[in-house]
Design a protein around this ligand. Structure first.
Ligand SMILES: O=P(O)(O)O[C@@H]1[C@@H](OP(=O)(O)O)[C@H](OP(=O)(O)O)[C@H](O)[C@H](OP(=O)(O)O)[C@H]1OP(=O)(O)O
Ligand SMILES: Nc1ncnc2c1ncn2[C@@H]1O[C@H](COP(=O)(O)OP(=O)(O)OP(=O)(O)O)[C@@H](O)[C@H]1O
Length: 380
């Protein structure tokens, strides 16, 4: 979906840039097998026009400010991750896919932050107040990303349970590619745990005697939370950015004052929240590492952004040599590895921080899709 009038050639270039960003930049942070960069395909215009008409009534109203590109004939093709069959299994098996959009998992530690509250309460929890106040969601969620990213199993379980209580746009569950739990759009949400348990039972307890009822529902939901936690904490393939030192455990606060889990502890007279830390190399660790490339916070970054902008106004021809909008290649990636925060007043420093911020923002807004399929014991 594009919101500007561009020529076909410009659209092709734009799409190529998106693919290259995934392929040569985001993959370095998450690992080869954890980012689908997609590919560009050409489609007959008639097909695109018909597709546009067909999907229009299905699109949530809040998304309809963007129009589908029906003129260039170019599109991005991605695998359907809700149906993705991982490996080996020849015959079709039922597949469960859990999509989590975890959002920013750390509290800003930058000295540029001017409001004390930003050092205490995470962005997600602050946004909950805004979203309920402006009517985007009916109820505030008890989910806090800082709990999910803590690596502490109890806090993670609480965070995932809270996501299951108020999925908003942070959790969706698909069975065989069909959305069975979560919000289809801002109005239509399914959040019936009994119904969810009915769908999940064949995955977790295919043949045992668990009957229905609240006990059964709770057991199945607990099992689901357990499986998601294990997946989020399990090791993944090594990736090139693996040794970056962006995760400074000593800096910043490891809990959010607005977290319901934290408030409960304080009520019970406990003041120290455990954050076991994430195992290096697990998916959450990698996500957090990329998110933490936002080292200066928007308050420290914005003056640097202005510096780049002013420079480009003066020297517009430098846009391509500075790789402002790509190409996203090896040279671009190498520049991202400089984690210094000492401003030497150069355009190079400002630009590196702006580009690192872009990676961080991508990681703060990305979804993790976990696909599960039952297998027989000897297939492990
Ligand atoms: O800023 P945030 O944290 O509210 O994130 C925006 C998301 O809101 P959320 O908080 O997840 O409901 C927002 O999600 P929704 O459209 O509200 O589902 C978008 O993903 C937005 O990205 P973009 O600017 O459209 O590319 C996101 O904006 P960016 O901050 O990634 O630019
Ligand atoms: N490859 C995929 N396989 C399965 N589902 C997907 C895939 N890509 C996206 N989705 C589903 O579509 C939803 C929206 O995706 P995404 O946020 O990338 O769209 P978008 O183009 O940014 O939307 P908008 O521009 O309206 O914000 C995701 O949350 C996910 O549920």
């Amino acid at each position: 979906f594009l919101d500007q009038q561009l020529t076909s050639e410009e659209i092709l270039h734009h799409l190529q840039n998106i693919v290259d960003f995934g392929k040569h930049v985001m993959k370095q942070f998450f690992g080869e097998n954890y980012v689908h960069h997609g590919e560009i395909i050409q489609l007959p215009l008639d097909f695109v026009r018909q597709l546009c008409l067909k999907i229009q009534p299905e699109r949530p109203e809040s998304r309809c400010d963007k129009d589908m590109d029906t003129l260039s004939g170019y599109a991005m093709c991605l695998p359907n991750l809700t149906r993705l069959q991982t490996f080996r299994f020849v015959e079709p098996r039922p597949i469960l896919c859990i999509e989590i959009k975890p959002k920013c998992g750390f509290i800003p530690f930058s000295s540029h932050v001017s409001q004390e509250i930003k050092h205490k309460v995470c962005r997600y929890c602050m946004h909950q107040h805004l979203k309920v106040a402006n009517g985007k969601w009916k109820r505030p969620s008890k989910y806090c990303p800082v709990d999910l990213f803590s690596g502490n199993k109890q806090r993670m379980h609480f965070a995932l349970k809270s996501l299951l209580q108020e999925a908003q746009n942070n959790l969706k569950i698909f069975k065989n590619g069909e959305l069975i739990y979560g919000c289809k759009d801002d109005q239509e949400c399914s959040s019936d745990w009994n119904e969810l348990a009915r769908h999940l039972k064949p995955f977790f307890f295919p043949s045992n005697g668990l009957v229905s009822g609240p006990h059964c529902t709770r057991t199945i939901v607990k099992e689901l939370i357990h499986v998601i936690t294990l997946t989020l904490l399990s090791s993944t393939d090594a990736c090139r950015a693996g040794d970056m030192k962006t995760v400074p455990f000593s800096q910043g606060r490891s809990y959010c004052e607005a977290s319901a889990f934290n408030k409960e502890l304080v009520r019970n007279g406990k003041h120290k929240l455990e954050s076991s830390g994430l195992p290096r190399g697990c998916l959450l660790y990698k996500t957090l590492q990329a998110q933490m490339l936002d080292m200066l916070d928007i308050e420290g970054l914005y003056p640097l952004y202005n510096r780049v902008e002013q420079y480009l106004e003066e020297f517009p021809e430098e846009r391509s040599t500075l790789q402002i909008d790509g190409p996203y290649n090896e040279a671009f990636y190498e520049k991202l590895l400089d984690l210094s925060t000492e401003d030497d007043g150069t355009i190079a420093f400002a630009l590196t921080k702006v580009q690192q911020y872009r990676i961080a923002m991508t990681a703060k807004d990305c979804s993790i899709m976990i696909a599960l399929s039952p297998c027989l014991q000897d297939e492990w």
